[in-house]
Design a protein around this ligand. Sequence first.
Ligand code: PMP
Length: 351
Amino acid sequence: MIENLLREEIKGFKNYEVENVPYKYKMDANETPFELPEEVMKNIGDIVKSIRVNIYPDPTAEKLREELARYCSVTPKNIFVGNGSDEIIHLIMLAFVDKGDTVLYPHPSFAMYSIYSKIAGANEIAVNLNEDYTYNVERFAEAVERYKPKLVFLCNPNNPTGSVIDEEDIIRIIEKAKGIVIVDEAYFEFYGKTLVPYIDRFENLIVLRTLSKAFGIAGLRVGYALSNGEIVKYLNLVKSPYNLNSLSQRIALEVLKSGVLKERVNYIINEREKLVKELNKINGIKVYPSHANFVLCKFENANDVHKRLVERGILVRNFSNVKGLEGTLRITVSSADANDYLINALREILS
Ligand code: PMP
């Protein structure tokens, strides 16, 4: 009986699944291996004690937005914060997508563009990347012109392929688009190039960012969007009043101020280069170039490799059963220990 009440779009839906097995090294979700910065950890008791949990959080997250604005060299009116950038993708759909509207995104890319499109009842257009997982800019631009989507997602660097799209190509797409272009820069810090300087120049651009990756606080769920005042105003119309809890707002602020980012990002980039070099030496692995904190690899028998890594306590993300990603596993760059352990395991498995 209840199933009959369910919205048509949700029937037959499957949960976003995450692997829940014991592990020694977690290299499956593009998290960082680092704890909270030392100075934040040292004061964590005082930070927590200073939060008045009987009172609702600041609905506008003013202090956090000010600090994010400083970090991005924009003004706080350009910033919208969310419970992870996942929530912001959902809110963008809620504000702008009517049932049957077209949402266009690259494929393969981050699964949530499609999942939230489905929930919104959107007409989805997935534009394939090239066979080597680079962006096919011509194909993408043509599709934008042809389908006139309400929303266009670009993921830069793209998850799970690590590939990127150049600034001038993104601008070409923004200029062609009749709808809003969302440039998801979740992995910006590992790449270094951004569309943020353009947020006030175009009326139809949103840049998405997160503190879950380079800043390392995935568990606190803090994402943000950068855009012009009008779009930020519309996102505020559809959000829950207290979408970001007090603890997350406060710790995010401390982490932003802590100054460990550069050193940590350099560590991961350095580990990525080492990892790629070692992976390339092993027969039976095709490694795709990455500008993020993960590396996509193709194997002849990826399911078997995945299973044997899990047996050794290593979690990587298995995409081998996903259309367009056949035979691939995505490895998150982690600590030197974890990366070495993984390399040794792969050497053994593939020997
Ligand atoms: N965008 C991309 C491209 C991602 O890979 C992720 C996380 N996997 C997100 C957005 C969501 O990040 P969060 O909700 O943790 O901010």
